[in-house]
Design a protein around this ligand. Structure first.
Ligand code: ATP
Length: 213
């Protein structure tokens, strides 16, 4: 079983990394692929270039067994759609390997706005981690197709995810870290020190590159 963790990572921070490691262990993943978006479809273009975001991720996961940087979305032209990435991974890794797409609750609640979103649960399980400010109860407000999906496909034991290649949903509380890339960028722009919200190796790189000023 592998984990797939997409994001803008502008920059990567402890709020990404700690939940990712907790899920890696709880799900007993063989590997966790971190896949930075080249051109994120739902938001303003990232402040750091794809090469810089890759460099920060490389530093952040150095030495962490099982964590792998997957550069495919930064190499593809056009918007980075997760459905395309999952189709590519399926073609490479086969139809049987269980895929777990890791999503924070905010990302899960926005899933129905993603390009060809209905195909995503057919390509991967959805593993949703709690994030400060985003409660599972919000699912009812967002309602509709996502709430229905969560009702019919939810499992409570992570071992069940091994029983099928895709199609299940698992929700996992993780250490709650109220950290966002937006806030880190704002701190740096305001001349404040973001240290300890992200790995030192990443903060050192940001300073070398004079990013987010
Ligand atoms: P930005 O502030 O620029 O929007 P972000 O901090 O939300 O960025 P992204 O790279 O957009 O980070 O997030 C990628 C994935 O990581 C999403 O699934 C998101 O839910 C999850 N995530 C980000 N920050 C946290 C956090 N503090 N706790 C749990 N999940 C998080």
């Amino acid at each position: 079983m592998i984990g797939i963790f997409g994001g803008t990572f502008d920059p990567v921070h402890t709020g990404h990394l700690r939940p990712a490691l907790e899920l890696f262990e709880i799900l007993q993943l063989e590997e966790l692929r971190l896949i930075p978006a080249g051109t994120p479809p739902h938001r303003r273009p990232p402040r750091a270039s794809a090469a810089q975001r890759l460099a920060m991720l490389r530093r952040a996961i150095a030495g962490q067994a099982g964590f792998q940087l997957d550069e495919r979305e930064t190499r593809r032209s056009g918007p980075s759609y997760m459905v395309d990435t999952l189709c590519e991974l399926r073609a490479e890794l086969g139809e049987q390997l269980p895929f777990c797409l890791l999503l924070g609750m905010d990302a899960f609640l926005g899933l129905s706005s993603w390009h060809r979103w209905e195909e995503i649960p057919r390509l991967a399980h959805l593993v949703v981690s709690h994030r400060p400010g985003w409660l599972p109860e919000h699912l009812d407000d967002h309602g509709g197709p996502l709430a229905e999906l969560a009702d019919s496909c939810l499992v409570s034991d992570p071992r069940d995810l091994n029983s099928a290649p895709a199609g299940l949903i698992f929700m996992q509380p993780v250490t709650q870290l109220d950290i966002s890339s937006t806030r880190i960028r704002a701190l740096i722009r305001g001349g404040r020190n973001p240290r300890y919200l992200l790995p030192d190796t990443v903060w050192n790189y940001i300073q070398e590159q004079q990013l987010y000023r």
